[in-house]
Design a protein around this ligand. Sequence first.
Ligand code: GAR
Length: 204
Amino acid sequence: MLSVAVLISGTGSNLRALLEAAADPDYPARIVVVGADRDAEGLAHAEQFGIPSFTVPYAQFDSREAWGAELDAQLKVWRPDLVVLSGLMRLLPASLVTEWSPRIINTHPAYLPEFPGAHGVRDALAAGVAQTGASVILVDNGVDTGPILAQERIPVLPDDDEHALHERIKPVERRLLIDVVRRVATGELDLGAAAAAGHATSAS
Ligand code: GAR
């Protein structure tokens, strides 16, 4: 059974979908803890599912490194096999990424490498593209630059605003995330191999 820690900043609707999936005895992963960088609304989902949670408030630390060191310490208490960033809207310090790589993945509401960063949906709309997407990637030290583990295209509709488009993207993200975690748990997806292949690609 794969043990998973999930980190969030916001409403945690994708976290909730993963909690629901993991509540199925046939699903091969369990969420052992949920962490947040602020008093995130989504922590309520963990409570409802009886999953422990912690908060490491970014604002209370002098530097990203100090915040990351405390986040690392909190994660280590739970010894998760995998860390999932599910709407954590904060760049992790390189030391933390190095510590957990390749066992750390991220969901993103765009078809990476298109529209990385904190405003993937808004940026796609502003660019006027006909389609955007959803991605699940390995975390590396860039901003949404890690090897892609799963992704899917989603059309942009004429009447879309940021909220409407994001709400159509999220169900796809959830499906991709639940499937990636399942494949990691069954050994179908080898994150070490994905990291090595990604580095080979970016070096070529
Ligand atoms: C998700 O769409 C996730 O991909 C995005 O935040 C949303 C969180 O939604 N993350 C990023 O944009 C990271 N760059 P949720 O809190 O309802 O799950």
